[in-house]
Every structure is written in structure tokens, then in C-alpha cells.
Design a protein around this ligand. Structure first.
Ligand SMILES: [Zn+2]
Ligand SMILES: [Zn+2]
Length: 281
């Protein structure tokens, strides 16, 4: 059976995942996946390594990212696919987003210190080892240094909105995210809409140039995936999907377990500018 399933939403240790790109390629091969995309938060840094590892294993690779954007005060994750990873503006802007992330980690730590949690910045950054740090890294450091028993506890006590450690994050406006992806010859897709509860804003996103909706996702029940597929068809949008796997871990999504058919990738390629398709196929 050729080209059965794909997984278009994966993270590595270049953002908040725990696997190397090479480990991701190995797992993808074990799961018999025909194609995968890398969608690390606010970075494309892991793409060259995963492209190479996939080529060695005969897996098709799609370079991507997952940008944290803001739409009317809601955080909205915007996936970019088939990106030109040498695009200067994309590199420059994602570098700026990474700086915002680093600044936020310092803000979180200051806030934690002010309520008596003596976590230090170096304890987070020595563990993050990437340029796109975030709350999961702070949570891991809180566990590692004995301030909390589990990551869940760290989020519940200190890092979730409304808790004493929380500080807001600076996200780019949604329209800016769309424009950045399009100028890098990519497709812009709304990530996990079932988790966002902002369906009423989807028509605005379509007007701003949205190309697709992530219908299949580890945290979308079958009925949710079906509902978004129908919505995507109605609005003339692509349906995409992926596990959102961050590597092995208790209760975490597993690569390749959201069964996205390969045909989806063909539909995405048909929507790309011609120049990009010839490079990718
Ligand atoms: Zn996300
Ligand atoms: Zn993700």
C-alpha cells in the first residue's frame, strides 16, 4: 500500500518538543508514514536537519512552522507549510518572535521570584537549549528543581492564565502572520480550531487569506474533525491534520496516530504557487 498516511504537525527540541529531528524521522518511519511536516513554534531552524533525515529514510518532508498570532485578543496558532526556509524576511521575523519568547521567559521568572519561587533563568535556558523557549520549558525546570511534582502541576499552580506566575505574551497580529507565510511562498492554516473556540472569527481569517483548517488533531474527537472538514469544504479551504506530537511522554500525542490520508498533501500542492510546487514534488 503506497503513500498511506501523513502527519503535518510535529515538534522537536528546536521548540518545546523533546526529540531531535533524527529521532522524529526514525519514529515516522516506524509508523510507516509517507510524509511529515515540522511545525516548531516560531522557528524553522529544525527543518534542514529533518529534511535530510527524512530523505535518508525515503519520507517526504514539508518545511513548516507554527506561529503564535493574535486575533482580536485571542491567541491563535497559525501553521505555515511549504515554506522557503531561506526566505530572508521569514528568518528575520521568526528571530524577532524568538526574542519575544526569551523576554517572556525572563518576565515569567521575575514574576515567580516575586511570589517566592526561587527559579533562576539559567535553570530554564540550560534545559531549553533552543531559541524558541516557552512555558513548557519553565514548567520542566520547575519540576527538575523540585518546585513542582509534575508539568501539569506547574501549569496549574504557576503558568496558566489567572495563576500568580502568569505573564502575558506578545503575539504578532494574525494578518501579519498570514502575510509572512505567504511572502515565503507557503500556505497558512489555522491550527487545532477545536481548542480555540473562535469559530466565529474564521470568516475574517478567510478574508485575510487563510488557506486551510487543521481538521484532524489529537485533541479533536472524530465528530470535531468531521465538522471542520465540512466547514473547510464550504469555505473553499484546505483540510489538513497532524498529531501535534512533542516526543515521547506520558499522555502525550503520538506521531502518526491521527490518520491523515496522503491525498491531503496533493490538494495542498495544487494550491501552491507553481514555482514552489516544482521544487517540492
Ligand atoms: Zn498549537
Ligand atoms: Zn503544535
Amino acid at each position: 500500500m503506497a503513500k498511506p498516511y501523513i502527519d503535518l504537525h510535529l515538534h522537536t527540541l528546536f521548540s518545546d518538543g523533546v526529540s531531535t529531528p533524527e529521532q522524529v524521522a526514525e519514529e515516522a518511519q516506524k509508523m510507516g508514514l509517507a510524509a511529515i511536516a515540522l511545525t516548531d513554534h516560531d522557528t524553522i531552524e529544525g527543518c534542514p536537519r529533518l529534511a535530510k533525515a527524512c530523505a535518508e529514510r525515503g519520507i517526504e518532508f514539508v518545511p513548516g512552522t507554527e506561529l503564535s498570532t493574535d486575533i482580536e485578543g485571542h491567541e491563535m496558532h497559525l501553521l505555515g507549510y511549504f515554506l522557503d526556509t531561506m526566505n530572508e524576511e521569514l528568518i528575520r521575523e521568526t528571530t524577532r518572535y524568538q526574542q519575544n519568547r526569551t523576554n517572556r521567559v525572563h518576565d515569567l521568572i521575575r514574576q515567580l521570584n516575586s511570589i517566592g519561587v526561587a527559579l533562576r533563568a539559567d535553570q530554564v535556558f540550560s534545559l531549553a537549549k533552543c531559541r524558541a523557549p516557552g512555558r513548557p520549558h519553565v514548567a520542566r525546570a520547575l519540576v527538575r528543581h523540585g518546585f513542582c511534582g509534575t508539568m501539569d502541576e506547574a501549569f496549574a499552580r504557576y503558568l496558566r492564565k489567572g495563576t500568580p506566575g502568569w505573564t502575558p505574551k506578545v503575539n504578532v497580529p494574525f494578518e501579519e502572520g498570514i502575510r509572512l507565510i505567504h511572502q515565503a511562498e507557503g500556505l497558512a492554516v489555522m491550527a487545532h480550531p477545536g481548542l480555540n473556540k473562535i469559530d466565529h472569527l474564521i470568516p475574517d481569517m478567510v478574508r485575510a487569506g487563510l488557506d486551510g483548517i487543521e481538521c484532524w488533531h489529537s485533541r479533536h474527537p472524530k465528530s470535531t474533525a468531521k465538522r471542520y472538514r465540512e466547514m473547510a469544504a464550504r469555505l473553499g479551504l484546505l483540510s489538513t491534520g497532524g498529531s501535534d506530537c512533542h516526543g515521547p511522554g506520558r499522555g502525550q500525542p503520538i506521531i502518526g496516530t491521527v490518520c491523515v490520508p496522503y491525498d491531503i498533501l496533493d490538494e495542498m500542492k495544487r494550491r501552491l504557487p507553481r514555482s514552489t510546487v516544482s521544487v517540492q514534488v
